[in-house]
Write a protein of this length. Structure first.
Length: 72
């Protein structure tokens, strides 16, 4: 991912435009990634930014994951 894409992902997943000093290790609450049940390639990731909770469907390949994250 490019710097711009990483920044956009961070904003999407946490609601924050930058990491705290010390990086992800100092992000509280910690970023939690879970599988989005009963969702596939046609579904998009969803988040709860207040608690840094990222729900990802089980995609068929990395390319679909990347496309959906960039679109979200």
């Amino acid at each position: 991912m490019s710097w711009r894409e990483r920044k956009a992902f961070l904003q999407f997943a946490t609601g924050c435009s930058s990491l705290p000093p010390g990086g992800l290790a100092n992000l509280h609450p910690r970023l939690t990634v879970v599988r989005k049940v009963d969702a596939g390639d046609g579904s998009y990731p969803s988040v709860n930014t207040c608690v840094h909770y990222l729900k990802l469907p089980e995609y068929s390949c990395k390319e679909v994951l990347r496309e959906r994250l960039l679109a979200a």
